[in-house]
Design a protein around this ligand. Structure first.
Ligand code: ATP
Ligand code: MG
Length: 335
């Protein structure tokens, strides 16, 4: 049967993102609890219909590592996407609640996400494009599933200003305007894993006063004229940066990242990702060699050297996670 907005009863607000909000709802005729994502889009009816058509691919996505899809509909002026409800929420919410996540759990998260990415790519040729802790969900059965993958190109185009929300997990090649590949998702996974294991976003504020944004602030405004393409040219070579550093420094008045007392602007952060060494899983003595090697592999700045999700499923750290006796269901009952 068709999913209709009238059949859904709001229960609770689950969270707000850049593109809209997510509510826990009950599908009254069936008694099914769902998560309803409400996406505000500014698009013509023809584009909305196109988005709905593209979203139908999600009906064919069936994997234990991918959120199930119940259906999507237009509820003017929004598009609503109904999906499986995950009662423990997303991993960012979990670490913000309980602190840094046990590395054994992080390994199982890595394994689950790699399985999900491999399924999406091998079976449907879908690249996720938005791997980050808020798009990795967990439930009290101990299951780990990914959501919010890029099935609809039109939806991605229509969401107003996805730039700020997605950029911080973006790979160096992506920031520089290169083609998106499955390896870009692997970079985002590496950043996400460090964030979970440390309990904070991995880019420190060491770079916060290491750049002058005045030269390319103008490339971002007024209204999103392809910020990534502009950033490719805005990202300076080292000598250009050194010249810039001699110029009058001024604090960015741009968007700053919330949390952890970090005051890096988005542009400073993107420049940092492109120009500085990738973050690592440290301190050395706290994490196993396998865990560090896995994360280092995800965060190779050259995408040609970086492994694919499928390759990484064979990594020793993932092999360990597969055979681990760690009980995720029991862990889920602790918070
Ligand atoms: P962004 O908009 O930058 O991608 P986001 O992923 O946090 O950020 P949303 O995708 O709108 O934004 O999700 C908002 C919050 O709703 C998430 O952080 C997550 O905690 C919660 N959420 C999303 N989907 C589900 C789901 N299927 N079950 C339970 N909670 C969910
Ligand atoms: Mg999301």
């Amino acid at each position: 049967a068709e999913l209709k907005n009238e059949d859904l009863k709001d229960m609770q607000e689950l969270g707000q993102g850049n593109g809209g909000s997510v509510k826990k709802v009950e599908h009254v005729p069936s008694g099914t609890i769902m998560a309803k994502k409400i996406v505000l889009i500014d698009a013509k009816p023809s584009v909305r219909k196109q988005i709905l058509r593209e979203l139908q691919i999600m009906h064919d996505c069936s994997s234990p590592y991918i959120i199930s899809f119940y259906g999507a509909f237009i509820a003017d002026p929004n598009i609503c996407i109904c999906m499986e409800f995950m009662d423990k929420g997303s991993l960012d919410g979990i670490y913000k609640k309980i602190g840094a996540i046990d590395i054994e759990v992080v390994a199982m998260v890595a394994w689950g996400v790699l399985e999900g990415l491999t399924y999406l790519y091998d079976v449907h040729r879908i690249i996720h494009r938005d791997i980050k802790p808020s798009n990795i969900l967990f439930n009290s059965k101990g299951q780990i599933k990914v959501c919010d993958f890029g099935v609809s190109g039109e939806l991605v185009n229509s969401i107003a200003d996805t730039f700020v929300g997605t950029s911080t997990y973006m790979s160096p090649e992506r920031i520089q305007g290169a083609q998106y590949t499955v390896k870009s998702d692997v970079w985002s996974l590496g950043i996400s894993l460090i964030e979970l294991a440390l309990g904070r976003f991995p880019f420190s504020d060491s770079a916060s006063d290491d750049s002058d944004l005045s030269d390319f602030e103008s490339t971002l405004s007024p209204s999103r004229p392809g910020p990534l393409r502009n950033l490719a040219s805005a990202t300076k070579s080292k000598s250009e940066r050194e010249k810039l550093e001699k110029k009058k420094k001024r604090k960015s008045k741009g968007v700053s990242l919330q949390g952890g007392g970090m005051t890096m602007s988005i542009l400073e952060l993107l420049q940092h990702i492109v120009n500085e060494p990738a973050p690592r899983l440290t301190p050395e003595e706290k994490f196993s060699k396998e865990a560090q090697d896995f994360v280092d592999g995800c965060l190779l700045k050259n995408p040609d050297l970086r492994a694919t999700p499928k390759d990484l499923l064979k990594h020793p750290w993932i092999e360990q996670a597969r055979t681990s006796a760690f009980d995720l269901e029991a862990w889920a009952s602790t918070f």
